[in-house]
Design a protein around this ligand. Sequence first.
Ligand code: FRU
Length: 498
Amino acid sequence: IQEDEDFRPNFHFSPKENWMNDPNGMFYKDGTYHLYFQHYPDDNVWGPMHWGHATSKDMVKWEEQPIAIYPDSLGYIFSGSAVVDKNNTSGFAKDGKVPVVAIYTYHDMDGEKDGRLDYQYQAIAYSLDDGKTFTKYEGNPVIPSTGIKDFRDPKVSWDAEHKQWLMSLAAGQEIIFYSSKNLKDWKELSRFGEGIGNHNGVWECPDLFPLKVDGSGEEKWVLLVSINPGGPNEGSATQYFIGDFDGKTFKVDDDFKQNIEEEHDYWVDFGKDNYAGVTWSNIPDEDGRKLFLGWMSNWLYGQEVPTETWRSAMTIAREIKLIDYNGELRLISSPVRELNTYEDKGIAKSDLEVSGKILFADSSSVDLSSVIVRYSIDSLNDGYQIILENGSGDELVIGYEKDNNEFYVDRSNSGRTDFSEKFTNKISTAPRIDSSAIHNATLILDAASMEIFFDDGKNVMTEIFFPKQPYTQLSIKAEDGSLKLNTFSAKNIHLQTD
Ligand code: FRU
């Protein structure tokens, strides 16, 4: 029976010890990507929140660093962001050192216990050693509570177009935008959210940013909003909105409004395990990418998953793009290309008629707990299934059903599932967005997670699982031999540990 360290990801970030949730404060500076995270270093469940810290040269191979921000008398340190204040707008620079400024929420546990509603407020802290250690600003909080109970997760970025620091903040089931010249004084600009989008839970972890429509000169603004519960497959998930921002107000396009009202399928990820994801700040213009990463778990069962030493991992870092597809704007995502540099030996096949179940790869050719699988289907008369098995009865099934044009992930027999009923009470589904006859997908498998990017990332599904033995077989199955496979490959991901 596998336990604990066997479930440790091979190439996703997980803390050495104890509890982790949301990614926080992601920024890039001088060749290093920084990732902070909601962390309780003393237990494997949620508790007094700190900002843990990890760094990477490529967003794939992470090194955990000492804790960056500790709770204090103002409260726990909740989610937030970090920016590189190149022009020293904050005045925190010293001896020519560029300040990195973190903006986060204080959560006053005593306030919550006393039943008050004013226990969340926004604060800043600065670092003069590139994000290793932070000094809290003596004028905190920079945005006092307004009496809205859920008032948190400030995401700040430099809005180059309107020359301001721009903050998105979650407040109940709305997002409040603020602007600032110096990261200390904030002025409310506008609010967004009433009457649009999914409201079956609390809105959290927003992120508003401009993004070019791929292949055109057109620029739109994208707003990410995590919601818990209320996800398309229950629990936590992240929805998005597309529109314009004039420096004050974010307004979705009429088309978008109509589409989201008709069928809300504007989800960054349809799987159960990608939450609170936001984008990196300070990515150089030469790079030009929008880079994203989320917490690979769900509040429905995140604190009960069968690992004791540590709990939870982050998704693979992803590039997100805006595309105009069939006259509709859509957000798509794909694993960052840096992952490809770790591809090692594997197998590849092409031109296959699939009849019944065909074994593609087993543990003699690839390690199925550290692999990237790609396939492309030329034609399909019916649905298909991708099946992972271990010979001891555990199976994870990923599939497509033609009748209702839906992708799905079925982990109900994937291994250890008894820790929470909510882990398996629903098979996750995703309405297919692409309308082409050709199906392609990239599937990333780690020891306890799968992330599948269907149709160039138009539908993404991320889910975790805990097989009793490692999966050893990967097959494809098409009921009536009605599937023609163009290509199929499985390549090990191998992170040299030097
Ligand atoms: C989202 C969240 C945030 C909050 C943090 C607390 O998962 O609830 O809204 O800041 O986690 O750990």
